[in-house]
Design a binder for this molecule. Structure first.
Ligand code: FNR
Length: 244
């Protein structure tokens, strides 16, 4: 009975010491926690996938406009998809060199912007192929948790709505948080909306693309901040369990 009482007291002291040790560590950590302002002010790296292979693609011009508008907040580069051979699962063990180039480029960016036309109410084959290439080998998807946005542009009034949502469906499965608002179905986008340099002329389309660019920069900042916070909390929890 006496022995038991000593053990309980000892246990209490150990527990209290552990709590104090943990509290000290948390206090030191909390002196410089991940702040939303810091994450949002980071110039995140963005890979833009232009889902049309056409030289004079309106979607490519929209992509370049976003890159220019968001220059101060996003470091954008176009990642080409036109050279990727059609995906074949048999090649997983010995993939074509173009797959490695593409996977490495996607892995190196913080977020993805898709600029897509609509082909027969769906997405062009080139972008579906790129999604499949990036998703394999199984368990090694390069898309996982990358914040994304989808802009679809078409000369037709409904702005490639069908392609936009088909692409969104694959992104959901690939675990990519896709920006929900503002929705970006750009209709009646014809070549006269751009100048000789391919820049958007003054007008409502330019204003919309500007606001989409700003919203996407905030979206990437928010998701990246959330990911860092989750990692920070997990590290705290691990330290807490180690010192118990
Ligand atoms: C099209 N286009 C088209 N447009 C649309 O709004 N809905 C659609 O379903 C289709 N389907 C379609 C199929 C194929 C095979 C082609 C080649 C084109 C027209 C398309 O929107 C137009 O060509 C755009 O200019 C293509 O975008 P880029 O290449 O300019 O970015």
């Amino acid at each position: 009975m006496h022995c038991c009482a000593i053990s309980s007291a000892k246990l209490l002291v150990w527990k209290w010491a552990a709590i104090c040790k943990f509290a000290g560590r948390v206090e030191r950590q909390m002196a410089r926690p991940v702040r939303l302002r810091d994450t949002c002010m980071t110039r995140h790296r963005i890979g833009i996938l232009v889902c049309s292979l056409r030289k004079d693609s309106i979607n490519r011009k929209i992509a370049l406009s976003v890159a220019a508008f968001a220059k101060s907040t996003l470091d954008c580069r176009i990642i080409e998809i036109g050279d990727l051979p059609l995906y074949n699962e048999d090649d997983d063990t010995n993939p074509p060199p173009q797959y490695k180039r593409f996977r490495d480029e996607i892995a190196a960016v913080d977020g993805i912007l898709f600029c897509t036309p609509e082909y027969n109410r769906g997405i062009p084959a080139a972008i579906k192929n790129a999604l499949d290439v990036g998703s394999r080998p199984y368990g090694h998807s390069v898309w996982d948790k990358k914040p994304a946005a989808i802009i679809s542009a078409s000369p037709s009034p409904i702005g490639a709505f069908g392609a936009n949502h088909q692409l969104r469906q694959s992104c959901v499965f690939l675990n990519m948080p896709v920006m929900q608002q503002p929705e970006a179905y750009l209709g009646q986008v014809t070549s006269d909306k751009f100048d000789e340099e391919g820049r958007l002329r003054e007008g409502p389309l330019r204003d919309i693309v500007l606001s989409i660019s700003a919203a996407f920069a905030s979206w990437v900042g928010l998701i990246e901040h959330g990911k860092m916070k989750i990692a920070e909390n997990a590290a705290h929890a691990l330290r807490a369990s180690e010192s118990m």
